[in-house]
Ligand binder design. Structure first.
Ligand code: HSE
Length: 297
């Protein structure tokens, strides 16, 4: 069997929605998987593991184990367009790709809800894997073993400008620096803004996003790992962005816009140059579609 799986990049948190909201981006990884008679072959970009620690393989193993089956020998070819360790869900995309491949090889044995739960369980939090699977914007909340994932359409006029620095930030480290407890005032600050984000989407009020993308739960602590975070956010706002946030655990910065021009990208790149931060700004749509599997033979 030969499969092609396309999985989108994702941006999690969107400011205040830590571990519970994310969007799928029109920026795709392509993974070709072919079952073999024996062995394991992985073709991927330098820097990505070529053994069982590869996230695609991890996803496959988890899915086969769930059904008490052994993973068959496979050849994997990854065209990883999503930058690694940049806060754009590259490891979630690989994991989701592996789970979908295993599901197709076993004969579509999982329901959509089971795929979402399995991916969340393996990843540890739902806000990248759920939009990677469903597309659009997803609110995902876990309670024990149960997962509630709600997909919403994002109107086409809202798009993202994402500044991607060339240096990596590991999610584990960016989670490790967060305090175990936060003041009640900060919890209230974030709860209100997360709700306002969803209200802004419902009402198409992009003028509410400046307020709705502010955060006190993780960004103020992560600024230590993300050079120029505040300056890049200010530059995007100054150039007309409707709202700006750290993308996932960083270091990318995502700005939302309903204009077609590229002033925001230019403003972010200007600040980056001034602060000697290597990187590039990309204008990216929000993807309506999530990951998809095509059978090649
Ligand atoms: N919500 C997660 C975090 C996303 O901010 O740590 C990381 O991919």
């Amino acid at each position: 069997m030969k499969l092609r799986i396309k999985v989108p990049a994702t941006s999690a948190n969107l400011g205040p929605g830590f571990d519970c909201i994310g969007v799928a981006l029109d920026w795709w990884n392509t993974i070709d998987i072919e079952t073999l008679a024996r062995g394991l072959e992985i073709e991927c970009a330098p820097g990505l593991p070529r053994d069982k620690s590869n996230a695609v393989i991890q996803g496959m193993i988890a899915a086969f184990e769930q059904k008490n089956q052994k993973m068959p020998p496979v050849k994997i070819k990854m065209d990883a367009a999503i930058p690694i360790a940049s806060g754009l869900g590259s490891s979630s995309a690989a994991l989701v790709g592996g789970i979908l491949a295993a599901n197709a090889i076993m004969g579509d044995v999982f329901t959509r809800s089971q795929l979402l739960t399995l991916a969340t369980h393996v990843e540890g939090h739902p806000d990248n894997v759920t939009p990677a699977l469903l597309g659009g914007m997803v609110v995902a909340v876990q309670e024990g073993e149960r997962l509630h994932a709600v997909r919403m359409d994002v109107p086409r006029d809202l798009r993202a400008v994402i500044f991607v620095p060339t240096y990596p930030v590991l999610t584990k480290k960016a989670r490790g620096i967060l305090p175990k407890a936060i003041p009640r005032a900060d919890a209230i600050y974030n709860a209100g803004r997360t709700a306002l984000w969803i209200a802004a989407l419902y009402e198409r009020r992009w003028d509410w996003l400046d307020f709705a993308t502010r955060d006190r739960l993780h960004q103020p602590y992560r600024v230590k790992l993300v050079r120029g975070m505040n300056e890049l956010c200010d530059a995007a706002r100054g150039a007309g962005a409707r709202g700006v946030a750290l993308s996932g655990a960083g270091p990318s910065i995502i700005a939302f816009t309903d204009h077609a021009d590229d002033d925001i990208a230019a403003a972010m790149e200007r600040v980056a140059r001034k602060m000697k931060i290597d990187g590039r700004a990309h204008l990216v749509g929000i993807s309506k579609r999530g990951a998809r599997v095509t059978r090649l033979k």
